[in-house]
Design a protein around this ligand. Structure first.
Ligand SMILES: [Ca+2]
Ligand SMILES: [Ca+2]
Ligand SMILES: [Ca+2]
Ligand SMILES: [Ca+2]
Ligand SMILES: [Zn+2]
Length: 687
């Protein structure tokens, strides 16, 4: 380490200059006791060091540094954390840590900022414009918004920006970083207002810190403002989920006697999972917008779930020999379902369903490794803390129901059993085949042995395949293609990682001869609610796994609508009624993907036009109006009828008594207060 040696020499020189010249520094014998420096001394030494190691911290000439914290190890090693300002402006992401040897000599520095700052500090857009941009980004009513200039060095090239803090009384605080040249939103992050550090006395994870929220009345609740507001509610003692509240911010007692215990496990699991996706993959929350599904504990089942409709998760109390389903790998498993839902959206059936389940087992396991909690040692087992291992990733058929090796019938298994193929692939990719400390993974069909590439690379490959290449209908053959592409992107097409992906799939029975799905994946649109007369502009989304050219056709579209070859449905809705349309998307090889669109078309009432009418004084007349509103109740309001004639809902009956020309108006209103007005002229001749 040449840099270290240089630093040591310089530091020694500094020490001599600072001490009395007469002391003339006799060399210390190796291993001599040296009292640890005070924090203040460590900070001062580090500050001197920074001046001589500018390149290591990407220093620019016009910067200043402020010590934020000092850690001195028992052996005297020092770690001094600095914040940075550039021409007086705070630098977001400009913080760094100087690591120094016990004698104060520079060891190295941890620096997130990638480039030296060179930007000017004159904004092209003003604070008022930036604030308007930020308020729009915040969405919903806000209370206050204030802007100040910063340098944003969190990602990419450092740039001049406005940091706008927008608050509402929800309470919510959003920081919006607006580029001071273009006015574009560079990024947003939630403020930490109300965040408190509590303690969880958990069932499975020992005693852990929890980030919680202090409430107006001084009590605390399990909501994590630092992580998308992740919160845990309890279903105990009622039908609806209630927030957990606690007076001293110490949650649970490590046993089931205290209902807060398992809530603390889940809250801890959410934080570890959020941090894993953020740290490893740069993903904020499940949709990369900071959002986290609400979690509920204390439902009566030996199971856990993620529900896309409510954007919520549940963690059961266990039973039938199982402990509560609140372990780290289970919490991360459900959270990962939400990530899948927001990305590849793998259909929860057949082979794609197996991939969906495996994705959750994979990330559940990777979070367990990342957390490295001594009470829940990392492993490639799923749910082992419940007392019964749910799945074995090294050799999934150890549970006697899951598949270890792909076969043409694997897609007929339950998704928690077909997942075994991808779990085995992942395990083999990370750890390798054969017997290791983590398990025993024989290769399928006599495939060659595999040497693993480790969790981090394997996790990056799976994440990229999931978020970039997999589609809703991806099967195991398609997952092989997706992970090969991901490995080529990340490590190169001739890398060891790429070769190992190929070998690990072969070890799970998926070699190049296993067919990948060919047909386009078509996204089912939400229910389309419209009124008669609405103009429609609906783009059907589809992607072909091979990138083939695709063509859209449709049957049973509502009257008045048509679809273009590139999937745009347009037109004006001409009739009531609920309709299920079928959309077929065909690739150039004739492989077809299909979805349906449900159209709920209501009001206003459709009233058949009424022809002008001619009558005679003294002659009885009767007729009906024909109106419909897809089964919705309607009311009829008549005006201008000739004297002697009345309207009874859709029936008109009477004997005109006065000659004349009568303009008549009928208003038909449905119970959603939508009206249709029909007019006609009634001419009454003398008798
Ligand atoms: Ca408490
Ligand atoms: Ca474990
Ligand atoms: Ca586990
Ligand atoms: Ca295709
Ligand atoms: Zn699952």
């Amino acid at each position: 380490m040449a840099a270290g040696a240089t630093a040591l020499a310089l530091a020694a020189g500094l020490l001599a200059a600072g001490a009395s010249p007469a002391a003339a520094a006799p060399a210390e014998p190796p291993g001599a006791y040296r009292p640890p420096p005070t924090r203040m001394q460590a900070a001062a030494d580090a500050r001197d060091t920074v001046g001589r190691h500018g390149a290591a911290i990407r220093a620019a000439a016009t910067e200043n540094y402020q010590v934020r914290s000092v850690v001195v190890d028992p052996d005297g090693s020092r770690h001094v954390r600095f914040d940075r300002t550039y021409r007086g402006l705070p630098v977001l992401g400009g913080d760094y840590v100087v690591h120094a040897n016990p004698d104060g000599g520079f060891r190295d520095a941890s620096v997130a900022q990638r480039q030296k700052i060179t930007t000017g500090v004159t904004p092209a857009i003003g604070a008022r414009t930036a604030t308007a941009v930020a308020v729009k980004e915040f969405g919903g009513p806000h209370q206050k918004a204030g802007a100040h200039l910063v340098i944003d060095a969190v990602q990419g090239t450092p740039a001049l920006a406005w940091q706008v803090v927008v608050t509402s009384d929800e309470p919510r605080e959003l920081n919006v970083v607006v580029d001071a040249r273009s006015g574009a939103v560079r990024r947003t992050f939630e403020g930490l207002r109300g965040a408190e550090t509590g303690t969880g006395r958990t069932l499975y994870n020992g005693e852990v810190p929890l980030t919680t929220t202090r409430r107006e009345d001084g009590s605390y609740t399990l909501a994590d403002p630092a992580r998308g507001g992740a919160r845990v509610l309890s279903l105990r003692g009622g039908d609806s989920a209630e927030p957990l509240v606690d007076a001293d911010n110490v949650w649970g007692d490590g046993t089931l006697a205290d209902p807060a215990t398992v809530a603390a496990d889940v809250h801890y699991g959410l934080a570890e999972t959020y941090d894993y996706f953020k740290d490893q993959h740069g993903r904020s929350g499940v949709r990369d917008d900071g959002s986290v599904p609400g979690a509920q504990v204390h439902f009566d089942d030996a199971n856990a779930y993620f529900d896309a409709f409510c954007f919520c998760m549940g963690f059961g109390d266990g039973g039938s020999g199982y402990g509560p389903f609140v372990s780290l790998d289970i919490v991360a498993h459900e959270y990962a379902h939400a990530v899948t839902d927001a990305t590849a959206d793998l259909i929860y059936d057949g082979e794609s369903g197996g991939l969906n389940e495996a994705t959750s087992d994979i990330f559940g396991t990777l979070v367990e490794f990342a957390a490295d909690n001594p009470q829940d040692r990392p492993d490639y087992l799923v749910g082992e803390k419940t007392g019964v291992t749910l799945r074995y990733m090294d050799d999934p058929d150890r549970d006697f129901t899951s598949a270890s090796c792909w076969s043409p019938s694997v897609g007929y298994l339950d998704v928690h059993e077909s997942s075994g193929v991808a779990n085995k692939f992942f395990y083999t990719l990370a750890v390798g085949s054969g017997e290791t400390a983590w398990g025993n993974s024989p290769t399928c069909n006599g495939a060659p042995a595999v040497t693993g590439i480790g969790n981090e690379a394997a996790g990056r490959i799976w994440y990229r395949a999931l978020t970039v290449y997999m589609l809703s209908n991806t099967n195991f053959g398609g997952a092989r293609e997706a992970t090969l592409k991901a490995a080529a992107d990340l490590y190169g097409a001739s890398s060891v990682e790429h070769t190992t992906v190929d070998a690990a799939w072969a070890a799970a029975g998926v070699d190049g001869t296993v067919p990948a799905q060919q047909e386009p994946a078509v996204t089912r649109p939400d229910v389309q609610q419209h009124l008669v007369g609405d103009a429609v502009n609906l783009r059907i989304q589809a992607r072909d796994p091979q990138g083939d050219e695709i063509t859209f056709t449709a049957t049973d579209l509502p009257r008045g609508l048509s679809i273009s070859a590139d999937g745009l449905i347009t037109g004006t809705i001409a009739a009531h009624g609920s309709t299920l349309s079928t959309i077929t998307v065909t690739d150039s090889g004739g492989h077809a993907g299909v979805t349906t669109v449900y159209w709920a078309i209501t009001g206003p009432p459709v009233v058949r036009p009424i022809e002008d009418r001619v009558g005679v004084v003294g002659e009885e007349d009767v007729f009906f109006v024909i109106a419909s509103d897809d089964g919705i109740e309607m009311t009829y309001s008549w005006s201008g009828l000739p004297p002697g004639v009345d309207g009874y809902d859709s029936l008109v009956w009477g004997t005109p008594q006065e000659p004349g020309v009568y303009p008549v108006t009928l208003t038909v209103t449905d119970d959603e207060q939508r009206s249709t007005v029909v007019t006609f002229t009634w001419t009454v001749n003398p008798a």
